[in-house]
Design a protein. Structure first.
Length: 505
């Protein structure tokens, strides 16, 4: 299991042994002594002039950057994406202009709530973020391994995430916080059904699907828009861990998913996913039973079948994790011509949140970091800022309009206007169908899960909910069972039985 890491060191040693290099400071001054500090006399004290020592200590003190506020623990790999089916009638994106087109990708998989270094097998959604380096710029599809999410309004995100992190006093994770929140936000039910099935503990990152989850849009060369959902189907087969297996692995091998991904790629067993889309026309959207932009709902595959797009293969482990994975900045607003957004409120919120997070975590010029840099030329009037390392556009004019360069805003990339439902700004109450948090979770339980999956899901719910404690315990459990009952009575009664809780549906 551990052999790959040893081989890496050996390969590095073989590759570098022939070329002797001098140890230097960051400014290039050669070291004459690496182990001992410069002292007055053999027993010290240390002299202030030992800059080698200062530089080393000072740089070390600055090694940590803020971890991602969510999805801190993750693994990444490079690879390629290849178009296998013609979808050019939906999009004018050059990447999809013909079958056989290819581009480089970076994928990063992650857990959500845990800190960097937390266990890979926690029950949690998995992040599934892909950066496509296309000739038209970077397209980032920043999804999860679940097609829906816990909430449908970005205003709820920070509070929801607080419940997944640590209790302010005990500094421990708390099932009481989680179920209190979920039971007060029944729109989370659909996501909970997936999270507490064994899909909530996937067997590593290779054997799970990915979903763009939101409704996005595509725009074709006639400037027509369709609504789109993205699906990455694993070609390794869907494999999950039972709750018990996941718990055991947390202790035995907290880096289980990272190790699985690296070992597979390093041994030539390159993981692959088929990218597919669902398409809904603007007309169909008007009569869809639910709000088509509601992130807590799926589009039934029977009505909106999957259409093949291409295949992603991961075939290279980044040489340096910090440089190419920790510093990777994925951003749902990184779109390319022909791929666009939708009114989905969560997506709209994320368009702002991610670049803001990157500016805090990596700095204003995060797009200049090599792993984030687009492969196409970048022309704009952004200048200066900490860590400007791209030449800062040299002597080119730094204002627009000007009489000296020929940079223009190209109107051919304009997308069609989005028709709004209303022009009245307000905090809208949801309509009846938007508050249907129960039909799809019920269908998932009754019609998608087999008997074993149902059994495991119930047992996983019982395991987590039995940890709810404190004076509000009964109130929280009762409220949550009420939601389960609205989705499926048997589900609620079985969980109540497992909890030995007196519940009347
Ligand atoms: C990471 C915000 C919903 C998938 C992040 C980060 C923030 C954030 C601030 C850290 C970015 C960084 O520091 O690099 C939000 C907000 C949301 C939301 C405000 C809702 C309004 C979602 C949803 C999905 C998702 C619905 C999936 C469909 C991810 C993934 C990452 C991430 C995969 C990690 C990206 C990486 O690997 O670097 N999110 N998020 N998020 N989020 Fe969200």
């Amino acid at each position: 299991m551990y052999f790959i890491q040893l081989n890496q060191m050996f390969n590095f040693w073989k590759a570098t042994i022939m070329t002797k290099k001098k140890l230097t400071t960051a400014s290039g001054r050669p070291y004459s002594e690496k182990q001992d500090s410069m002292t007055a006399g053999p027993r010290g004290p240390i002299l202030l002039q030992d800059y080698y020592l200062h530089e080393q200590m000072a740089h070390f003190n600055r090694e940590r950057i803020p971890e991602r506020v969510v999805h801190a623990n993750g693994s990444g790999a490079f690879g390629t994406f290849k178009v296998t089916n013609d979808i050019s009638k939906y999009t004018r994106a050059k990447l999809f202009s013909k079958v056989g087109n290819e581009c480089k990708v970076l994928a990063r998989f992650s857990t959500v709530g845990g800190e960097k270094g937390s266990a890979d097998t926690e029950r949690d959604p998995r992040g599934f973020a892909v950066k496509f380096y296309t000739e038209d710029g970077n397209w980032d599809l920043v999804g999860n391994n679940t097609p829906v999410f816990f909430i449908k309004d970005p205003k709820k995100f920070a509070d929801f995430i607080h419940t997944q992190k640590r209790d302010p006093r005990s500094n421990m994770q708390s099932q009481t916080m989680r179920w209190d929140y979920w039971s007060l936000n029944p729109e989370s039910l659909h996501q909970l059904m997936t999270l507490f099935s064994d899909r909530g503990t996937p067997d590593g990152y290779r054997k799970m699907n990915g979903y763009g989850s939101h409704t996005f849009s595509m725009v074709n060369d006639k400037n027509e828009r369709v609504w789109v959902k993205y699906h990455f189907k694993t070609l390794q087969g869907n494999h999950t861990l039972t709750d018990q297996q996941a718990e055991e692995l947390k202790g035995k091998d907290p880096d289980y998913a990272q190790r699985d991904l690296i070992n597979a790629i390093d041994s030539g067993d390159f993981p692959k996913w088929a990218l597919k889309i669902q398409v809904m026309t603007e007309e169909q959207a008007k009569s869809f039973r639910w709000n088509p932009f509601d992130l807590t709902k799926i589009w039934p595959h029977g009505d909106y079948p999957l259409i093949d797009v291409g295949v992603m293969e991961l075939n290279k482990v980044p040489d340096n994790y910090f440089a190419e994975v920790e510093q990777a900045a994925f951003n749902p607003s990184n779109l390319i011509d022909g791929l666009d957004v939708s009114p989905d409120k969560m997506l709209q919120g994320r368009l702002l949140s991610y670049p803001d997070a990157h500016r805090y975590r990596l700095g204003a010029n995060y797009e200049q970091i090599p792993v984030n840099r687009p492969i196409c030329p970048v022309h704009n009037y952004q200048r200066d800022g900490a860590m400007t390392v791209n030449g800062n556009h040299g002597s080119a004019p730094n204002y627009h309009p000007n009489s000296f360069d020929d940079i223009e805003a190209d109107k051919s990339h304009k997308v069609p206007p989005m028709k709004l439902e209303s022009d009245i700004a307000d905090f809208y109450d949801r309509n009846e169908n938007d508050d249907d948090h129960y039909t799809q979770p019920g269908l998932l339980f009754r019609e998608v899960m087999n008997d074993q999956e149902k059994k495991n899901t119930i047992s996983n719910f019982v395991g987590a909910m039995s940890q709810i404690d404190g004076p509000k315990r009964d109130e929280i459990i009762n409220r949550q069972l009420g939601h389960f009952a609205k989705a499926d009575k048997e589900l609620a009664m079985e969980i109540a039985k497992g909890l030995k809780f007196d519940f009347k549906a």
